[in-house]
Write a protein that binds this ligand. Sequence first.
Ligand SMILES: [Zn+2]
Length: 368
Amino acid sequence: MGTVGAFMRRVALLLTCLTMGFAPAMAAPCPGNPNALGTARTITVEQTAFPRIGTVQYRNTLPLNDREVVITFDDGPLPPYTTRVLDALARECVQATFFLVGRMATAHPELVRRIYNAGHVIGTHSQNHPLTFDQMELPRVEREVTAGIASVQAAAGNPKAVAPFFRIPGLARTRQVEAYLASKSLSVWSADEVADDWFRDVTASDIVRKAIERIEGRGRGVLLLHDIHPATAMAVPVLLRELKKRGFKVVHAIPAGERPRSVPELDTPVADSGSWPRVVKASAPAVAQTATLPRLPAARPDAARSPLTTRTTTVSAARKQSYPTGTTTSHTTNRRTATAAPSRTQTVVQRRTWTTSWPRQTRYSYWR
Ligand SMILES: [Zn+2]
């Protein structure tokens, strides 16, 4: 009788799950990784039910159970960091949501398609990532939003591959902006937890610590990360293992309606095909877990105008670090620009030697 009772309970639970529109937690095994974090279940996000998401700014968020997280990434795609993040997610069979910047997508369409074909959801994050959505006239907001969507759709090769999910750059919301986004049937995504991974000088271990502290604090939530930063790329594999260790489950939030199964792939440009950082000689195992990334050199007043030049900065006598050829940073009160030129350089981190290759000139700016 006990067995039959247990069976009936399982059937009842399954029916409850189905009637509530949730897929039951039946994660498929992860090839090559029996201990993978995995993706426990999927929830469908309709704009009418979820016009605004994330307790950092709103009263409402996704209907997550205790110890459930939704993982989101902003500002990409940018090789080689997005590539590293995708590798880490694939190893753990975790599905995430990527809010892509239009001009980044135009520059790296092959990565946009890789993100989609790996089963992740693609939302948008404006065309140029201006940090003044709360100050701009509405026509400019409209241009940023629609151009961003058009660029990401074109890069994806199929407009239906792009979800009606939008994250406002810098989370600079206003009622007017939200009303406009609602009129376009876009769900506005804020977050429940951030990990401060856009801060200057943040390390991978800082990101993991802050993310875990804040997720543990709320017990669940939508986590916001940025796949364009080296420290975040380093943090993600560690963070996923830490979530698994603590019994968290990943939920994948998908848009309503039909989506293409896949989009045609594009060849990866030769310059981008190398992984980063490639370990050429490691003095101890578990490199990714313990490594600290080199900090970017301090801002110089003329950095924004200076031509790309070779630049090596010694951080301390005890720990020598070098930076990729052409790395410059400029820093004003709320914005930093980093520029990297094609180069190869050696980086020594905690007595381990890595070859770090910067695939080609990339330029991005972000707020802090
Ligand atoms: Zn952003």
